[in-house]
Design a protein around this ligand. Structure first.
Ligand SMILES: Cc1ncc(COP(=O)(O)O)c(C=O)c1O
Length: 403
């Protein structure tokens, strides 16, 4: 492995401000190559698609490249599996609307307490309208894990959909998706996986996860504000008919996309995937091969730093960590400082040069299941550009303010 985090950091202009950027779970920074790709798209000139001139062809080319890049990133079989949208939340509402059109009273939908509300509420609201029942899988508040049988025991003959996260945005927990999607498939149910916090930290192979739909947001993996839902195959999109304008394309995946595409952001997403593919300087071959090597190197780097973070937090008497997953998890820690509001703790850390999140982070069911309520906790999340100095700064600052 040839992963040089300092070389990686040098590519991120924002990191030069000297702060410790431990808020990647809320959105990562972007490297210069992404900034250039977005600004070049505008500088060179871009028109809407469909025109018989170069700037229009360029826009169409960017859309095609962006689909191919995201398909490579998540291991989708075809770029036509990739549906773009402004955010995971907007896309999930779109898919909830179209999937719920096939639900009837007596049907069931499974959601989980571990999920971000964007993968809970849309399904609940559309299930209610269809008269379908919602089953909520419970997380284990002691470990922050979602036991597989919590989910699988709720899947039955009438289950239409299982909505489950691949990684919690606060606790970092990564449920056993293969087992869940396998059981869902046996029961004839679809699996809609929230990969927003999973994709930045994993080498995603869609087929291995068994997900029918996998949602990802580029701004969590060094890209611009743009999201995608990736279907396991284009055929599953062919049979879905979302609301659309009469003259807008009826082809797949364009049928799912509303209005004019954000071409410059898409150019940025291509640059972000290329950037991720090149993070290990020894990575060789085509983009898929380089992603395989670089994603695994990032994982190794992040695992090492996460251990330093988790061990360091455990050694601090004045810090209570919520959930302590035994199984795989992202490099994310959610914690409280007894007697201190999470917002005050985050503000004190900010004064010391640290960017961390606080609150419920939309993990609405989870903060209630954990018994901490909407005030939530403090979330420190590491990214591929985090280094040991960032983690040490956080541990030192927490030692100071929790003492
Ligand atoms: C796990 C998870 N799911 C969904 C979302 C919502 O993503 P978006 O902002 O693209 O709607 C987030 C945002 O932080 C998230 O962390």
């Amino acid at each position: 492995m040839a992963y040089d985090v300092e070389k990686v950091r040098a590519q991120y202009p924002a990191l030069s401000d000297g702060r410790a950027w431990l808020d990647g779970a809320a959105g990562t920074q972007v490297p210069q190559s992404v900034i250039d790709a977005v600004s070049d798209a505008y500088r060179v000139g871009m028109s809407n698609v469909g025109g018989p001139f170069e700037s229009s062809r360029r826009a169409a080319g960017i859309v095609a490249e962006a689909r191919a890049a995201v398909a490579d990133l998540v291991g989708a079989p075809d770029p036509a599996c990739v549906v773009f949208g402004p955010s995971m939340t907007a896309l999930t509402y779109r898919f909830a609307a179209v999937l719920a059109a096939g639900w009837a009273p007596g049907d069931e939908v499974v959601v989980t307490q571990l999920d971000h509300d964007a993968n809970v509420r849309p399904w609940m609201q559309y299930a209610q309208r269809a008269g379908a029942a919602v089953r909520m899988a419970e997380l284990d508040p002691a470990t922050g894990e979602l036991p597989v049988d919590q989910v699988t025991s709720l899947i039955g003959e009438r289950t239409k959909l299982v909505a489950v996260t691949a990684a919690s945005n606060v606790l970092g927990t990564m449920p056993d998706l293969r087992a869940i999607s396998h059981r869902a498939r046996e029961a004839g149910a679809l699996t809609y996986v929230d990969g927003v916090q999973h994709c930045p930290h994993a080498h995603v192979r869609l087929a291995e996860l068994g997900a029918d739909f996998y949602a990802t947001s580029a701004y969590k993996w060094a890209g611009p504000h743009l999201a995608a839902v990736v279907a396991a195959d284009p055929w599953s999109l062919e049979n879905l008919y979302p609301d659309k304008l009469t003259p807008s394309p009826d082809t797949v995946p364009e049928r799912f996309e509303l209005g004019t595409s954000p071409f410059a952001a898409m150019a940025g997403a291509v640059a972000a995937v290329d950037h991720l593919a090149g993070l290990d300087s020894d990575a060789d071959g085509g983009r898929v091969e380089r992603l395989a090597v670089s994603r695994c190197s990032v994982q190794a780097h992040e695992d090492e730093l996460a251990k330093m973070l988790f061990d360091g937090l455990a050694a601090l008497d004045g810090v209570v960590r919520y959930g302590a997953p035994q199984g795989p998890c992202t490099p994310t820690a959610f914690f409280g400082l007894p007697g201190k509001e999470p917002s005050d703790a985050a503000a004190q850390l900010a004064e010391r040069g640290l960017n961390v999140s606080h609150g419920h982070s939309y993990a609405w069911e989870a903060v209630h299941a954990l018994g901490i309520g909407p005030k939530g906790g403090v979330r420190a999340s590491l990214s591929h550009y985090s280094n040991q100095a960032d983690v040490q700064r956080l541990l030192d600052a927490l030692g100071e303010i929790s003492g």
